[in-house]
Design a binder for this molecule. Structure first.
Ligand SMILES: C[S@@+](CC[C@H](N)C(=O)[O-])C[C@H]1O[C@@H](n2cnc3c(N)ncnc32)[C@H](O)[C@@H]1O
Length: 271
């Protein structure tokens, strides 16, 4: 039974898209030669254990990895609900994110792709040097998850912005939960209203918004700075690559997961 649960869990997490319960049952039954009823019971167990959860999109149900427990989303970043304990491994950065209405519990590919890119960039001293005070920006902060990760990974001063006042209040709450209020400021100030430039900018926003903001985001990036874009699917990628290349940014990384894409650009020059 344990082995079967392992296979089911891996099937869900490694699938290129969300799986409906029937599809998951069929796929695992086909791969293992077991009958669908046995597979269904093991899926039920995984849901009661909090490993998998049902999600609903436009009346269709799916089974996905549950974020109601600590989940590792990148080499160093683990996201957990505030009421769950987690024993960190050396080097882990643990983010406590409370459930609410704002987007950004870590489960969506646009969020974890951005977090993975950030973890890679900040581990590589070739791109960003953490021994000098750095400023980071997270535009479209939602729960504050990317802003909190920036600070947790060593960016000294972080600004998180969102146009939605509910998201702003949830992000402030999450920043406080993580003990980062001195480092991270959250507000609904429009991007145009910010005077400073940033060494790292993260933007998990819809494709039209990213297109509209290409010039402003590029201006807000310091020389040598890194811009992480997420929140769009493969068909939008070429337009966004072109729009940001027109701003003289250089594409340095690209990752795709479940049709969602994350692009990382760098502004030429020395910080
Ligand atoms: C996809 S969510 C990203 C949340 C979180 N940063 C994450 O990565 O999971 C996008 C967020 O951007 C906000 N938003 C949309 N347009 C915006 C804009 N022009 N300026 C600031 N925030 C914006 C939305 O209210 C929403 O909270």
């Amino acid at each position: 039974m344990q082995e079967l649960k392992h296979i089911i869990f891996n099937t869900v997490t490694e699938a290129s898209r969300k799986m409906a319960p029937g599809e998951l049952e069929k796929s695992v039954a086909g791969a293992t030669g077991l009958d669908r009823k046995t597979v269904r019971l093991a899926i039920k167990d995984l849901v009661s254990l909090g490993e998998l959860t049902y999600t609903y999109v436009y009346g269709t149900s799916f089974l996905e990895k549950s974020f109601d427990r600590p989940v590792r989303v990148s080499k160093r970043i683990v996201i957990k609900p505030p009421d769950k304990t987690y024993q960190p491994q050396p080097g882990d950065v643990v983010l406590s994110i409370a459930g609410g209405a704002a987007f950004g519990n870590g489960a969506h590919p646009s969020t974890y792709l951005a977090l993975r890119a950030l973890d890679r960039i900040l581990s590589d001293c070739h791109f960003v040097k953490l021994d000098t005070p750095l400023k980071g920006l997270d535009i479209g902060t939602g729960t504050g998850v990317l802003a909190i990760a920036l600070a947790g990974l060593g960016v000294h001063e972080v600004v998180g912005l969102d146009i939605d006042v509910c998201a702003v209040s949830e992000a402030i709450h999450n920043v406080q939960l993580n003990g980062l209020a001195a480092q991270v400021s959250i507000s609904n100030t429009p991007l145009e209203g910010l005077k400073q430039c940033f060494a790292v900018i993260m933007a998990n926003l819809a494709y039209p918004t990213l297109t509209r903001l290409s010039s402003l985001l590029s201006k807000k990036l310091e020389q040598g700075g890194v811009l992480i874009l997420s929140g769009f699917k493969e068909p939008a990628t070429k337009d966004l690559r072109d729009a940001y290349a027109e701003q003289d940014l250089r594409l340095i990384q690209e990752e795709i997961d479940r049709e969602w894409v994350c692009l990382v650009f760098r502004k030429p020059g020395q910080p």
